[in-house]
Design a protein around this ligand. Structure first.
Ligand code: AMP
Ligand code: FE
Ligand code: FE
Ligand code: ZN
Length: 276
């Protein structure tokens, strides 16, 4: 079974890469992608932790872009780390600036908090701020923090710094990564069919059809779109750790999508074709 979408403490997950690897082995995963938001920092620890086990680590990233004024996430599989690291560090700096802007908004609203300590190469996100709001006693749960303050249309939300889907897809392709539209039905800025056309024009190579936020009907529709456009199909639980904190709308469990290893081979071949 494979898991092609997971987060660690290098972005907004709650398990370290080592803990995630251990949990994945227990859950019967045989290939695990590390796809932190805008950072590659979790790869090495995960690869080291998996070395003596029958677990393959798939190096990945989840890039944050803005489309029609809404955040749109693009997964990239097998990027060349040396090429991607510098451009990503600009994205990380943008995330840090954005976190400071959100903190300023929260203070103005009467909820002063400080940004939790994050190490070098770690990507701050709204879940970190949601947890800080809970810790400070302003909110009962991270869900409440999103519902009242941090969610997309809530008063303390700040968009990512400008970075278009075209820029995101091009960057991934330049760095040898296979670009895949993450969880299309969680996107709030347009119809899936319309946005997909734009992404295909930009060079996207796959769709994350299997995601806990998609209904069975939506999954079937995404499978049909993959056939129509000749796109790769990927999937994963978008696992952020065992607690429900900082999770996307549907609570996820490792390996809950029960995806076969056969999904991985075409992605590997696509990555290989980008390099040759
Ligand atoms: P950011 O990239 O900083 O905008 O944060 C987005 C992340 O916040 C997503 O990847 C999820 O992990 C989490 N998230 C988004 N919406 C919610 C929500 N309504 N409740 C809890 N967590 C959420
Ligand atoms: Fe996340
Ligand atoms: Fe996402
Ligand atoms: Zn994710």
């Amino acid at each position: 079974m494979i898991e092609l979408h997971c987060h660690t403490t290098c972005s907004d997950g709650t398990l370290t890469p080592t803990e995630l690897v251990e949990a994945a082995i227990k859950a019967g995963v045989s290939a695990l992608a590390i796809t932190d938001h805008d950072t590659l920092s979790g790869w090495n620890e995960a690869i080291a932790a998996a070395a003596s086990h029958q677990l393959e680590i798939v190096p990945g990233v989840e890039l944050s872009t803005v489309h029609n004024g809404r955040s749109l996430h693009i997964l990239g599989f097998y990027p060349n780390a040396d090429q991607l690291r510098n451009p990503l560090s600009e994205r990380l700096e943008g995330r840090k600036r954005r976190a400071r802007q959100i903190i300023a908004k929260l203070a103005a609203l009467g909820y002063p908090i400080t940004l939790p300590e994050l190490g070098e190469g770690m990507a701050p996100g709204r879940p970190h701020l949601a947890r800080a709001l809970v810790k400070a006693g302003y909110c009962q749960s991270t869900r409440e923090a999103f519902d009242c303050l941090l969610g997309d249309d809530q008063p303390a939300c700040v968009d990512y710094e400008k970075f278009s889907i075209t820029e995101g897809v091009s960057l991934l392709l330049e760095c040898g990564a296979v670009p895949v539209w993450a969880h299309p039905y969680l996107f709030r800025g347009g119809e899936v069919e319309e946005v997909l056309k734009e992404l295909v024009d930009a060079g996207v190579m796959g769709i994350e059809a299997y995601h806990p936020g998609h209904t069975p009907k939506e999954v079937r529709h995404l499978e049909a779109l993959c056939h129509q456009y000749g796109l790769l199909m990927t999937g994963g639980s978008d696992y952020h750790g065992p607690s429900p904190e900082g999770q996307p709308p549907t609570t996820s469990k490792l390996n809950m999508m029960n995806l076969p290893l056969s999904l991985l081979e075409p992605i590997k071949q696509a990555a290989y074709s980008l390099r040759s």
